[in-house]
Design a protein around this ligand. Sequence first.
Ligand code: ASP
Length: 337
Amino acid sequence: MKNILILYTGGTIGMVPTENGYSPRAGYFRGALEALPELRHPRLPHWDFLETDPILDSSNIAVEEWNKIGAVIAANYERYDGFVVMHGTDTMAYTASALSFMLENLGKPVVLTGSQIPLCEIRSDGRDNLITSLLIAADERVHEVCLYFGGKLLRGNRATKYSADGMMAFASPNYPALAEAGIAIRYLDSALLPRPGGKLRLQRLENIPIGVLKVFPGIQFELFESIMTETLRGIVLETFGAGNIPAGHGALLPIIEKAFRNGTVVTVCSQCPQGTVSLGAYEVSGALKRAGAISGHDLTTEAAVAKLYYLFSRGLTRDQIKASMELDLRGELTVHG
Ligand code: ASP
């Protein structure tokens, strides 16, 4: 029988109602799971339970917590066949992206899941999300960090939170679902990552100063000049369409050039959830390229942020980081041509 470790980090699935709204309560969720007889069904793998300290609403999860989650998986890697990380939905796609980079040579399933309605409520979606995630975490076909929600298994670093209140809260606009859970769980084998060669290695992340800037019509780039200092190591520009920015009376490019001179890695992503950046396709994006920005291709912003944290934490040179940002490391990006 397969052995799975469930790690509860917080999030709606294990929250309880309080005077101030739903909130996680330490020590509660283990008992709530033990009270569900179906979770010990003979068709399910055996599972053990751990919770992080503290358990958090995922809005409060960042680098420090990613390191804790990664450390739990690395420390228990040989003892378990797979891992289910229960997490709030708000930043689940960021955590999934970060773990996908941090867990180098991952050869076992790491499935993030949660719910839109707490398990203690009658219409909770948490029960199916957890049961199906346990089955996926016991499947030897999966060697990657993925996210299961509302009937779909998505690659973690391709997922993005798409709905604030729908039961299918996540989308993967640039990559097919790895599996669909209907009557049976059907895997798209060709979409799964192959089993890696080496041994698992955990790359801890550092709290690198990075930023995300979304352009909009009328943006006054001068206002952002003050953040483009030597301290800022990387920035993700969320641009229009295929990587376009307003000409802004020429204000942006000197700022990008300044960022470039300061050593900041400027990565261009798109505000469109679907499709890819193509720097140089239009005059307004070619200038970005000439100013030293690099293309994030079809990376989600979540994956771009996580990848910057990861590459800087590995201590690479800026040129290595720029080159790696445009490479496919964990199935997070599609390299065309
Ligand atoms: N605020 C919650 C969280 O991200 C939302 C959820 O879990 O769905 O922790």
